[in-house]
Design a protein around this ligand. Structure first.
Ligand code: SF4
Length: 277
């Protein structure tokens, strides 16, 4: 196994070649591709070979708008070297909201626009209060590239790189949702770490407000060891070879993602089986 960091030009050449040859669907890999393949090879095939996927849900769209507000905040801070006012960032809320929610089908909408805007303001304001004074970003929305095993180009989209409280560079991924993720056991953060050679990684999570609680923010980081990164490399290497060989295993029926709610291929795949009892 080997890792070599690539510049964009080298990455584009390698990816173009693999795409032309039809070796892998997109010509390159990403954290979301690997995660989908490792969760269910068949759902990877539907998504990346047959382009069958679902439109975003309301919850995903809330996450995307919250994410974009934070990105805007960090970009503004990087450009001006000043902490922006929350109200200035929130001036962009309506336009970001319209663009993101235009992709959510009407039938997937449960809450009114007003209620959705309130939730999003609540999560951004929570992040702002907790983070803005301690944030030291060095980059935002950077795309990094590397080559695995001298063969597979991999793209990593990093939300932001920060200087942590001890002055160390850390790669931070922002999440908006209902659950906390463990940075020590994250394929995504492992890929990001390999893409930059930075082994300090964190999740910055905004937890959606509940019935009795407002939005909450939790940041949890770790330093990935050589052994942990070596394991991630071996997982990626096996998955890359599996995809190139078109080995698309179906997941186990009791996997949470193997359901109508979470799998966009369900009706074509397992739904067909369940029709017959
Ligand atoms: S229904 Fe289950 S087995 Fe079929 S593609 Fe979806 S997750 Fe995979």
């Amino acid at each position: 196994m080997s890792i070599r960091i690539l510049c964009k030009e080298e990455f584009d050449l390698k990816a173009e070649l693999l795409k032309m040859e039809g070796t892998i669907p997109r010509g390159y890999f990403s954290a979301s591709q690997f995660t989908k393949y490792l969760n269910c090879g068949e759902s990877y095939r539907y998504h990346y070979e047959k382009s069958i996927y679902s439109p975003p849900s309301e919850k995903m769209a809330i996450g995307s708008v919250g994410h974009e507000l934070v990105e805007l905040h960090i970009k503004s801070q990087l450009e001006t070297k000043l902490i922006p006012e929350a109200d200035t960032i929130l001036e962009s809320l309506n336009s970001i909201f319209s663009a993101v929610f235009s992709k959510v089908p009407e039938k997937a909408r449960e809450l009114s626009t007003e209620a959705l805007l309130d939730i999003i303001k609540n999560i951004y304001t929570c992040w702002y209060k907790e983070v803005s004074s301690e944030l030291s970003p060095v980059s935002s929305e950077e795309t990094a590239y590397f080559l695995l095993d001298d063969m597979w180009p991999i793209m990593a989209k990093l939300d932001y790189i920060n200087l942590d409280e001890e002055g160390r560079l850390e790669i931070v991924d922002l999440k908006v949702g209902k659950m906390l993720r463990d940075p020590k056991n994250s394929l995504q953060l492992g890929i990001y770490s390999l893409s930059k050679g930075i082994n300090r990684v964190s999740y910055d999570t905004l937890l959606l407000p509940g019935k009795r609680t407002g939005a909450r923010r939790k940041k949890e980081g770790t330093t990935l060891s050589e052994e942990q990164l070596g394991h991630i490399e071996s997982v990626l290497s096996t998955a890359a070879r599996g995809i190139a060989a078109k080995i698309y295993l179906k997941t186990t029926p009791d996997f949470w993602g193997c359901s109508l709610k979470y799998c966009s291929a369900y009706e074509r795949c397992r739904g067909e089986v369940n029709k017959h009892g």
